[in-house]
Design a protein around this ligand. Structure first.
Ligand code: SF4
Length: 74
C-alpha cells in the first residue's frame, strides 16, 4: 500500500483541529518561533491521537512535548 509522505491522518483525527504533521516537522527542525506564533503549539492537549494514527509511526507527541518544554524555557 502506498502511503504519501504527509497523509494527513493526524490532522483528520486531532480533536483540537490542529496540524500535528506541521507541528512535528517544525519541532523536529527546531523552528520554535513559528511553531508557537503560527501553529498554536499551546492548544495541543497532548492526547496522543496523532501519534496513534500515524502510519509512519512518527513520534509526533514526543516532538510536541519537546517543543513545549523548550519554548517554555526560552
Ligand atoms: S496530541 Fe495534540 S496535536 Fe496530537 S491529536 Fe492530540 S491535541 Fe492534536
Amino acid at each position: 500500500m502506498f502511503i504519501p509522505r504527509r497523509c494527513g491522518l493526524c490532522v483528520e483525527h486531532c480533536p483540537n483541529w490542529m496540524y500535528p504533521n506541521q507541528l512535528s516537522i517544525l519541532a523536529e527542525n527546531e523552528i520554535y518561533d513559528t511553531i508557537e506564533d503560527e501553529w498554536d503549539l499551546w492548544d495541543c492537549i497532548e492526547c496522543g491521537i496523532c501519534a496513534y494514527v500515524c502510519p509512519a509511526h512518527r513520534p509526533i507527541i514526543h516532538f510536541i512535548k519537546q517543543a513545549k518544554a523548550i519554548v517554555d524555557n526560552m
